[in-house]
Ligand binder design. Structure first.
Ligand SMILES: Cc1ncc(COP(=O)(O)O)c(C=O)c1O
Length: 417
């Protein structure tokens, strides 16, 4: 506990200065304790400014214009892609901009999976997937006759059951799609191991990094994954911008997803040829403001330092977990492993999560209630829904203390004791 408190005292970055960048902390009325970061993060001033600046002084339609503003927008698009590529150690051609992680996963499903799977092939996903990395595979299975198989979790520690994975992996496995961090249990599976095992049977690997990338360094070369997806809005960037990383060879082989402007090479009356990467997958006018915002978010994160962020958030989550454990009226569903994502799912015994969230909101604490788009996982846990507190580097120990006090008040207000 001492090292946790030490890290919370000395985060390794100027926490007060950082908090000054977040305008939700200055809204009139009672302060908001924002613990719903896994749903979407808040946006710091430099990110907001970058987007406004783009629309103020660089706004033209990218890739088309022979004029100054069009060229500035094109330049902004290039620069943003370069920043994202460097951030995850990919080539610029391998970065496809999408709306969000869900759209990126749909792209893989429609374009790679529908064209490559056949009856009796198998798709492995984990029991802790977000619906975005589950419903799409149900669709693929239904369309192709492939079989969808779930890798189980361990009951004793809420981690991924690697023995179950090994047992289910076979020559029939064509895709292994898994979350790099559970949005409910906080479990961080061993991505490298999952990927290398998948490679041993020549399966394609799809990493859902939506809940991982805001909290830890991602290196796609080191992971050696085939595809990796994430959303900007979970890492300080605007809504509406997401990323699909794909290995160049795979992206080159695949047909386009959406058709329209800028993704063509030549359009004949009844057929067309398509341009190369990454534009082949970016039909129509793109969200350059979102790309600029995402690049600014990455620079903001890099300035603080991903290692600092990870260590601080880990300390904050551990502290919150230890405090919650003292509350005998709370059940916690959190992976027991050294490193977890900063999310704590819990239930107040005999209380509905929506009531709990409403009472916490009354005390200024924003948490989520529901199944967090992970119904197969909740069913596996024997639950309908949970509450979820999720943290970011701009949260504080004092906020956690107030949250714990508010939880105690839930008990009193609902007369559960
Ligand atoms: C693990 C995980 N994957 C995917 C998604 C989908 O993200 P988006 O809604 O931005 O597409 C989420 C969103 O909560 C998530 O937590």
């Amino acid at each position: 506990m001492n090292s946790i408190l030490e890290r919370l005292e000395n985060p390794g970055f100027p926490l007060a200065e950082i908090r000054d960048d977040f305008s939700y902390l200055k809204l009139p009325g009672d302060p908001i304790i924002y613990f719903d970061n896994a749903a979407t993060t808040q946006r710091p001033e430099p990110v907001l400014k970058s987007v406004v600046n783009f629309y103020r002084s660089e706004n033209g339609n990218p890739l088309r214009g022979a004029h100054r503003l069009g060229n500035l927008a094109t330049e902004a698009m290039f620069e943003s892609r370069k920043t994202v590529a460097n951030f995850i150690n990919a080539k610029e051609k391998e970065i496809i901009f999408t709306k969000n992680a869900s759209e990126s996963l749909n792209l893989i499903s429609y374009v790679w999976a529908l064209n490559n799977l056949k009856p009796k092939d198998q798709i492995l996903i984990t029991r802790m997937e977000h619906h975005s990395n589950c419903v799409n595979w149900q669709f693929v299975a239904e369309k192709t006759g492939a079989e969808l198989i779930y890798i189980d979790i361990n009951d004793h520690d809420y981690t991924l059951d690697m023995a179950d994975y090994e047992a289910k992996l076979s020559d029939k496995t064509k895709i292994v799609a898994f979350t790099a961090a559970s949005n409910v249990l906080g479990c961080i599976p061993d991505s490298k191991k999952i990927i290398s095992m998948a490679k041993s049977v020549n399966a394609i690997t799809v990493v859902d990094a939506a809940q991982f990338i805001p909290h830890a360094k991602v290196d796609v070369k080191d992971l050696d994954c085939d595809f990796l997806v994430f959303s900007g809005h979970k890492m300080l960037a605007p809504f509406g911008i997401g990323v699909l990383y794909g290995k160049q060879e795979l992206l080159n082989e695949m047909p386009p997803f959406l058709y329209g402007g800028e993704m063509i090479e030549y359009v004949d009356d009844y057929s067309s040829s398509f341009t190369g990467l990454p534009y082949k997958y970016e039909a129509g006018t793109q969200d350059v403001g979102g790309m600029v915002g995402l690049a600014a978010a990455i620079k903001y994160i890099e300035k603080i330092g991903m290692n600092n962020i990870a260590a601080y958030e880990h300390a904050l989550t551990s502290y919150a977990y230890e405090q919650m454990k003292q509350l005998d009226f709370v059940d916690i569903y959190h992976a027991k492993q050294n490193n977890t994502a900063p999310v704590l799912a819990f239930n107040v015994k005999n209380a509905h999560p929506h009531d709990v969230a409403s009472i916490l909101d009354y005390y200024g604490v924003a948490v989520r209630a529901g199944h967090h788009c992970a119904q197969p996982l909740h069913r596996r846990l024997g639950l309908n829904s949970t509450n979820r507190a999720s943290f970011a580097f701009y949260n504080t120990k004092e906020e956690v203390d107030l949250f714990i006090d508010a939880l105690k008040n839930v008990l009193n207000i609902m007369h559960l004791d």
